[in-house]
Design a protein around this ligand. Structure first.
Ligand SMILES: *[C@@H]1O[C@H](CO)[C@@H](O)[C@H](O)[C@H]1NC(C)=O
Ligand SMILES: *[C@@H]1O[C@H](CO)[C@@H](O)[C@H](O)[C@H]1NC(C)=O
Ligand SMILES: *[C@@H]1O[C@H](CO)[C@@H](O)[C@H](O)[C@H]1NC(C)=O
Ligand SMILES: *[C@@H]1O[C@H](CO)[C@@H](O)[C@H](O)[C@H]1NC(C)=O
Length: 434
């Protein structure tokens, strides 16, 4: 960490003592989860085609893949956290920070745990359309002391003491994005009736999003598994659980993100698989994918560890090689339709859509849970006539990601208390309206 940066940061300090506390939110709560490409999103661009959107999603997914792999290759001195590329999640939520509350859009990320926003007075910030968070204008703002337990939740080489003993943090990311600032407490609200009075988050005075210059994102809300995450902060008040039910890509309405008792999914169709946490990537939700059945053909991964990350911030699904090659061959054979000659990038298999076409049954086999995917989870209509397989090869040895298109029309519950992930096939349109 640059000494000059810390020196400048130290000038911003105010000293006070506070501890984490989240009020009990009895019945749980739910908030709108807005897809970045939907009409409700500040990113919405009606002139973009499905192919454009998927291509953009692919470049976001690929940089996340790079991030995950870097975090796995990193050594002990280089905390995995420092490699997260923050701004390429697919879903936004509206949050209101401070008192009086100011409305902002933040990116929701199940692949990282620190929540942060750009702060004023800013030493070096990327452009954003909305005003910066000004802690001095918020009556509920308090500092996090650098010797507090809260501050030490940050990896050792990513926190330090400021001039006034305040907690300074730094996150440097694989794509040269970064955020450096002060860890603070202030209220974060998700709408009129749900407020977390003392949320801990990063108030960034030096920030850069190298991949996104749209001016839309103001920061990140971390829903990862690590100790800094909003889920860990809400802790017992939400029973350490949340769930979502994602609508199809081009849906006009918002999906719901649910916390606490409201997040619990019930019914005969619920299946569960262990979350296999790994201390070298504590913020990732990892599952074991044993194999996939396509039609009559079952392919085994031969793996028993957490070989696949479930990530709401990645659009497409990436399978490790050579498993992907077998999967693709089997999918092509079972469907029995030749791929078009010029498959649009980034896809590997596209064919002209045809009426009454019957998709083969495709089942993912996780430890203790079989999940039958629908065509929507596997194919997207591209250029109005091509059906393209939204599963791509991962170029990282032994590493796969179950992206969010594969979660569409499933209720997905993350239970950190019991360390299980549950799925239930559902019509998310019905659920999100109720
Ligand atoms: C917030 O309001 C909604 C709609 O009025 C309600 O369903 C939900 O239970 C409320 N949440 C809390 C925590 O009171
Ligand atoms: C921030 O990112 C932009 C875009 O990649 C880059 O041009 C600029 O040099 C970066 N700024 C800093 C201070 O790193
Ligand atoms: C955790 O991840 C590391 C690095 O990818 C791997 O070598 C190790 O086997 C994993 N541990 C478990 C228990 O899966
Ligand atoms: C999942 O499917 C496989 C293959 O059909 C079967 O052997 C296994 O018992 C199923 N597991 C569960 C939990 O239903």
């Amino acid at each position: 960490m640059n000494a000059l940066v810390f020196f400048i940061l130290a000038l911003y300090s105010v000293f006070s003592i506070s501890i984490i506390e989240a009020s009990k939110i009895e019945s749980g709560f739910s908030i709108d989860l807005i897809h970045r490409d939907s009409a409700m999103s500040p990113y919405y661009n009606p002139s973009m085609s499905t192919l454009d959107l998927l291509r953009n999603a692919d470049s976001r997914s690929s940089s996340r893949l790079k991030k995950f792999s870097l975090s796995m290759l990193s050594n002990e001195n280089e905390s995995p956290e420092s490699f997260i590329i923050p701004n390429n999640g697919d879903f936004l939520i509206k949050i209101y920070i401070g008192t009086p509350p100011v409305e902002r859009f933040a990116i929701v990320d199940t692949g990282s745990d620190l929540t942060w926003v750009q702060c004023s007075p800013c030493a070096s910030c990327f452009h954003q359309d909305t005003p910066l968070y000004v802690s001095s204008k918020s009556s509920t703002f308090t500092n996090v002391p650098c010797h507090s337990q809260s501050c030490t939740l940050l990896p050792p080489n990513q926190h330090a003491c400021g001039k006034s003993q305040q907690c300074l943090y730094s996150y440097f990311y694989g794509d040269k994005s970064f955020t450096v600032g002060e860890l603070v407490f202030d209220s974060i609200s998700f709408g009129s009736n749900v407020t977390i009075p003392k949320s801990m988050f990063g108030c960034g005075y030096y920030n850069n999003f190298t991949a996104d210059t749209s001016g839309k994102p103001v920061g990140i809300v971390g829903l990862g598994a690590g100790p800094l995450s909003l889920i860990s902060q809400l802790g017992d008040s939400i029973g350490r659980k949340f769930s979502y039910c994602l609508l199809p890509f081009n849906s006009k309405s918002a999906s719901k993100l649910k916390f606490g008792n409201q997040a619990v999914i019930k019914g005969d169709s619920v299946v569960s698989t262990p979350l296999l946490m790994n201390s070298s990537q504590p913020f990732l939700y990892q599952l074991n994918l044993q194999g996939i059945t396509i039609g009559q053909n079952t392919l085994q991964t031969g793996r028993t560890d957490g070989n696949i990350v479930i990530d709401s911030g990645t659009t497409l699904t990436f399978l490790e090689q050579p498993f992907f090659d077998n999967f693709l061959t089997s999918m092509k054979q079972t469907i029995g339709i030749e791929s078009v000659q010029n498959v649009p990038k980034p896809f590997h298999y596209c064919f002209p859509s045809q009426p009454n076409f019957k998709f083969p049954s495709t089942i993912l086999h996780f430890n203790g849970a079989n999940i039958t995917l629908t065509p929507l989870n596997l194919f997207s209509l591209v250029e109005n006539y091509l059906l393209c397989l939204t599963v791509l090869p991962s170029h990282i040895q032994g590493f796969s990601i179950l992206g969010n298109l594969a979660h569409v029309n499933f209720q997905v519950e993350y239970d950190l208390e019991r360390k299980i992930l549950s799925f239930a096939a559902s019509d998310c349109t019905d659920l999100n309206l109720s």
